[in-house]
Design a protein around this ligand. Structure first.
Ligand SMILES: Cc1ncc(COP(=O)(O)O)c(C=O)c1O
Length: 438
């Protein structure tokens, strides 16, 4: 991997975009293009550390026995995962692929939280052998755990259960995408949770040590968290209090948004207050308070990535302007939502006083809907300028399909260094001869 020293150059007259010690004036970005290609991601490691610290401080100051399990699926760039691990985060994984990545970056298997709806018999056995934290999602996994327990009669086996219960407010479901109910976990209301506990307890060497309750909600409201925590605590007290070691409330919080979003969202302190107040109340007087686990994804990484892409051309069709860039909506908004992200322009020629126009920013794919931004009002970018999109760290590189072009490189800005932490993909890597038949 290349290590490049940052040189701050100040000859450009306009105020350059800055991140920490890095200043993105035109010449600098042009040099970056030469080294890394005409579109690339930048990871702000300093901001990542700050996010971790802010989340940890918010919760730990209110409830001491607290763990962050970073949600790998949100962005499993190995460098980023390793940095979070160094800060103290556990790895929250939902597949064997992610589990193996955690091992590869040197994570202690005991600090891996294995969630997700699909775990094979082999996955469960491997994770139990490693004494990882496992939250089962369905009955078939309980069968694998029981089988393992029978095969290892002298071993004490610890297991957690992901729950599914009603979190509607005044009859309105807060689930994402308008779903009336969530599909994950084991249902409390229909008695399934009761049954799974009964089945697991039949095997004397199984201990149910944790309850998990991740709910992906539309509005990510503070009150929802208080409610989820309360329900988890009450169910734990009713059913597994003697063996309870942790309450895992999943992820789903908002992170800090760039100011230009003009949207007010709850702070980490507000989330922490609502959750920890419940934990402290529910377990007041308990000698061994359970560990509180939080699994932030978006809140940890959304604002630590930016994407820089080059303007290839501009054109006008009828009276509409299109700015064509060497990136794609897949790089920054794989869900293709229509909200424009915060942007900055790195222009080759500043033309003060030039009139603003309305334009769309469109990508390299052949899909009509490949819009990186809609109906922007600004000075029209010109060929060879660069456009920088902020807040692109969550659910981007992990969802970026191998579609039409190789994946771009990712460069970490760490202290005064730029480190290429993912190289731009090549034809040979894209069409890997070990997996394709030519
Ligand atoms: C079990 C679990 N934990 C944590 C997360 C992270 O959620 P978010 O990125 O919204 O914080 C998810 C996301 O789907 C999840 O399924």
């Amino acid at each position: 991997m290349k290590n490049l020293v940052n040189h701050n150059e100040t000859e450009n007259k306009s105020i350059p975009y800055r991140i920490n010690n890095f200043s993105f004036e035109y010449k600098k970005v042009w040099e970056l293009e030469r080294d890394f290609g005409s579109s690339f991601f930048l990871l702000d490691v300093n901001k990542l550390r700050k996010n971790y610290q802010k989340i940890e401080d918010a919760f730990k100051s209110r409830y001491e026995n607290f763990i962050i399990g970073y949600s790998y699926k949100t962005n499993y760039l190995p460098y980023l995962c390793r940095e979070l691990s160094k800060l103290g985060a556990y790895a929250e994984v939902v597949s064997r692929l992610e589990y193996d990545l955690a091992i590869k970056i040197g994570e202690d298997p005991k600090r891996i939280i294995f969630n997700g709806p699909i775990k094979s018999r082999d996955d469960i056995q491997y994770a139990l052998n490693n004494e990882s934290i496992i939250n089962i999602d369905s009955f078939y996994e309980a069968d694998f755990v029981k089988e393992y327990a029978r095969e290892h009669p002298v071993k004490q086996i610890k297991i957690g259960i992901r729950l599914n219960f009603d979190i509607s407010e005044n009859g309105i479901s807060p689930h994402q995408e308008g779903y009336e109910i969530g599909r994950f976990g084991i249902c409390v209301e229909n008695g399934d949770f009761h049954d799974v506990i009964k089945q697991l307890k039949e095997q004397k060497n199984i201990k149910i040590v944790g309850l998990h309750g991740h709910f992906s909600t539309r509005e990510r409201k503070v009150e929802t968290y208080g409610k989820i925590t309360e329900r988890l605590c009450q169910i734990a007290k009713e059913s597994i209090i003697d063996s309870l070691e942790y309450i895992d409330i999943g992820g789903g919080m908002y992170g800090e948004l760039p100011k230009s979003f003009n949207t007010v969202v709850p702070t980490f302190n507000e989330y922490a207050h609502s959750v920890c107040e419940v934990m402290n109340k529910e377990f007041s007087g308990h000698e061994n308070k359970p560990t509180l686990i939080l699994e932030p994804g978006l809140a940890m990484v959304a604002n630590v990535f930016i994407f820089i892409t080059k303007v290839i051309d501009t054109k006008t069709i009828r009276d509409k302007h299109f700015v064509l860039v060497d990136g794609s909506v897949h790089n920054i908004k794989p869900t293709m939502h229509k909200k424009n992200l915060p942007m900055n322009y790195i222009r080759q020629n500043e033309e003060p006083g030039k009139a603003k126009e309305i334009f769309n920013i469109v990508g390299y794919t052949c899909m009509e809907k490949d819009y990186l931004a809609h109906e922007i009002v600004d000075v029209l970018p010109q060929k060879n300028d660069y456009i920088l999109f902020e807040n692109v760290g969550a659910y981007t590189i992990v969802f970026n399909p191998p579609f039409i072009k190789e994946r771009p490189s990712i460069i970490a800005m760490d202290q005064d260094e730029l480190i290429e932490v993912r190289r731009k993909e090549t034809f040979r890597q894209f069409f890997n001869e070990e997996i394709y038949c030519f």
